[in-house]
Ligand binder design. Structure first.
Ligand code: PEP
Ligand code: MN
Length: 351
């Protein structure tokens, strides 16, 4: 897998949260392969659980099952690694792609150890965003790999811990992955709607949003019998359901289409707002003209310093209340006020 030259877009990665048994792995992989829509088979071998006592993965014994998947279906395989031992075992078992999980990205020490264990290879690595909404930690993980000449990288956006319970298991905060993309424009960026939503009902909607933002692919958890899954049971879907969802998303697939249409939509929103803004400026100018005539009649000069300061101060206060920047409002009103005074000066001179 060469992430720097993605041949197929969107990249679709699917497979169970955890490898549980040989049968579950092989059956899931066969069914996913049958959809003809999946390129990479994922499965957690070592599960980083937030609380101990949950299913922590089958460990090393699951790796030959993935070798079998690859041999039988031709799907590329991917597992999560959290330390150099995981890396070593995965390499021994010919796993094609490794990923760094959200909990691991949070720890620069752990990331660095993984980097050291891969030095000298050009292994394809996917890096999930850290659990907490900290762009620098995510960027830092990329920098650590790149500093070791490991450049075959991909980013996975799986959302950020929300702190309080809400609609999402992990809040999307879409601006964060978009900022990551600005920093590393050549690194493919894919979305993991399964961990973001935490519920299977949210997968299609989140995927649509990601594709509208022109993300390069999706990682979706799929299990042959989701209701029996030993981890993340609520968010896993069967391979036929995955196929159905991907079919529904098909119109978002063609490169550039979705991102552009989203942009067009937003631009269409801004056009009428600007029209309104111009009409308001025109209405304002009409009042300015009337004031000019009144000033002329009463022999008042067009420029009144105290009025200008008072007006700008008042508008800045209002603007700040709306969340606008002080300097922005000041500059706009300086321009508006200057033009008003100039027009009134004309009126007083000519009428
Ligand atoms: C996973 O992919 O199964 C996983 C544990 O994800 P995350 O690191 O995003 O929580
Ligand atoms: Mn999972």
């Amino acid at each position: 897998m060469d992430f720097q030259n993605l041949k197929k877009r969107p990249l679709i990665i699917a497979g169970p949260c955890s490898a549980e048994s040989q049968e579950q792995v092989i059956q899931t992989a066969r069914a996913l392969h049958k959809t003809k829509k999946v390129q990479i088979f994922r499965a957690g071998i070592w599960k980083p659980r937030t609380r101990p006592g949950c299913f922590e993965g089958v460990g090393e014994k699951g790796l030959p099952w993935l070798e079998q998947v690859k041999k039988e279906t031709g799907l590329l395989t991917a597992v999560e690694v959290a330390n150099p031992r995981h890396v070593e075992l995965s390499l021994q078992h010919n796993i094609d792609i490794l990923w760094v999980g959200a909990r691991t990205t949070t720890s620069p020490f752990a990331v660095q150890e993984i980097v050291e264990s891969l030095k000298g290879t050009n292994y394809p690595i996917m890096i999930k965003n850290p659990v907490n909404q900290d762009l620098s930690l995510w960027v830092g993980a990329f920098e650590r790999f790149q500093a070791a000449s490991l450049n075959n990288l991909c980013a996975i956006h799986r959302g950020f811990s929300p702190g309080i319970k809400g609609k999402y298991r992990n809040r999307p905060s879409w601006e964060i992955p978009l900022k990551l993309r600005e920093t590393f424009p050549k690194v493919p960026l894919i979305c993991d709607p399964s961990h973001m939503g935490g519920k299977r009902e949210l997968i299609e909607h989140i995927s649509k949003e990601a594709l509208e933002l022109d993300m390069d692919g999706l990682m979706i958890e799929s299990h042959i019998k989701p209701e029996l899954a030993l981890s993340d049971s609520h968010q896993q879907i069967t391979p036929p359901t995955l196929s159905f969802i991907l079919q529904n998303l098909h119109s978002y697939f063609s490169k550039g289409h979705s991102g552009k249409s989203k942009l067009d939509k937003l631009r269409n929103e801004i056009d009428p707002i600007d029209e309104e803004l111009l009409e308001i400026l025109y209405r304002r100018m009409n009042v300015v003209h009337q004031i000019g005539l009144t000033k002329k009649k009463n022999n008042i000069l067009p420029f009144q310093k105290s009025r200008m300061y008072g007006l700008i101060k008042n508008r800045i206060t209002k603007g700040i209340q709306l969340g606008l920047k002080e300097d922005y409002i000041r500059e706009i009103y300086q321009i508006i006020h200057k033009e008003s005074v100039e027009q009134q000066t004309e009126i007083i001179k000519t009428n």
